[in-house]
Design a protein around this ligand. Sequence first.
Ligand SMILES: [Mg+2]
Length: 201
Amino acid sequence: MKRFDCLKALAAVAGDALVVSSAGAMTLEWNALHPSDSNFRVRTLGLCSSIALGMALGLPRRKVIALDGDGSLLMNLNSLATIARMQPNNLTHIVFDNEVYEASGSKKTATGTGTDLVGVARAAGIKNSLWANSGEAFALAVTSAMKGGELCFIGAKVSTERTQVPPFPLDEVENKYRFIRHIEKTEQIEIFKTNLPASYV
Ligand SMILES: [Mg+2]
């Protein structure tokens, strides 16, 4: 299965969901398919699931999607226990498992030697955890996750094939400000409460 095809299926149903993604080529592919200020790229390996959990808890009426990789999730497996404990029904956690640390030279991860991330998620307490074993199954799973009101974890075994797309167009600071301004506007809430310095007025 090709990650880009799965992302296409997700782009068709993601709507105005906030999408928090792990560093790496996946984020570039996602942003090429679904460019939006609702995309937030997390550069620190491992943290996208925890950051997505915080967003889901802080914005309980908004769909939040975590786009994770196997290397990233393996670095932060305890997030699964915390997500299961908090049970945010607006969070969809997707992991694209290509069994390698793709961005750092394609060394094998533990999923390549048998660790089953969906099994780990289920055992952590996320009942609605499943492997999507085909493009059709993935499309069905994300469609159902976007329509439903239940925490879910979707695993997809994908090839290591990358799709050539443009680089991510924003640095971390601009991405942060645009993302938060987008939430402020679409949720009609104020997040940045600090007044700008006088020289900016
Ligand atoms: Mg990987």
